[in-house]
Design a protein around this ligand. Structure first.
Ligand code: PEP
Length: 247
């Protein structure tokens, strides 16, 4: 299984940055890197078209969220069908920033994921505990519940990627230890195994302050099939260095 190196740009960037960042990454992707990594970026939706012009053949492009409605009078929203229509392949769902700032629930994420599947998109579904939940010994309960309620029964390894992102590690510079990541990813794999016959083939990404300095160890951790990278995905050299650090 190749490692998937995915960049979540969040609400950062511009047309020029999209052009520069992707053409720089694209120009550095060579056969050696492609042997061990796949690439995916989530620019802001407005820049997806520009992203395609500069992403080349080997960088997939996704969108950071989609509506839980199919179409109609939902001002400001973007449907899964529109994302597919624009040529994107993936949609990021249930990121902790959406859960925190837009009160997204597991049930809402699940509805969005079903719409993503219906429209031929791959859903990257984010789960992860807060610092308080971890300190209170609740990390596994929280992740189990999010996984059960956010991931539809119709999920499989072809249409779903799980991203384990401990909330306390996102954008903070704090990273979960490799031992904690190993334990949680193995737990997630086990829970997937209770529901899905192809659980061994699901990609499970780690996200939370992944950087060139810690990527080698994290990406070599059992059941870590790649990284979801925020801050470090905005700099071509850092994003590429993370990929190069993959075993
Ligand atoms: C993220 O936004 O999904 C993320 C992991 O961010 P960062 O790498 O900046 O912690």
């Amino acid at each position: 299984m190749k490692k998937l190196i995915a960049g979540n740009w969040k609400m950062n960037g511009s047309v020029e940055m999209t052009q520069d960042l992707l053409s720089e990454i694209n120009s550095e992707i060579d056969g050696d890197l492609l042997d061990k990594c796949g690439f995916l970026v989530f620019p802001p939706a407005l820049y997806v078209t520009e992203a395609f012009k500069n992403a080349g053949t080997y960088i997939d492009v996704g969108v950071q969220d989609c509506s839980h409605n199919e179409s109609g009078a939902y001002t400001g929203e973007i449907s899964a069908a529109m994302i597919k229509d624009c040529g994107a392949s993936h949609v990021l769902l249930g990121h902790s920033e959406r859960r925190q700032y837009h009160n997204e629930t597991d049930e809402l994420v699940c509805t969005k994921a079903k719409l993503a599947f219906d429209n031929g998109l791959i859903a990257v579904i984010c789960i992860g505990e807060t610092e308080e939940q971890r300190d209170n010994g609740k990390a596994f309960d929280v992740v189990e519940k999010q996984l059960a309620a956010s991931v539809p029964e119709s999920a499989n390894a072809e249409n779903t990627i799980i991203a384990y992102e401990p909330v306390w590690a996102i954008g903070t510079g704090k990273t979960a230890s490799a031992a904690d990541v190993a334990e949680m990813h193995s737990f997630i794999r086990g829970k997937l195994g209770e529901r899905f016959s192809d659980s061994e083939n699901f990609y499970i990404l780690y996200g939370g302050s992944m950087k060139p300095e810690n990527a080698g160890e994290l990406l070599a951790t059992p059941n870590v099939n790649g990284g979801l990278i925020g801050g470090a995905s905005l700099k071509a050299d850092q994003f590429l260095a993370i990929a190069k650090a993959a075993p």
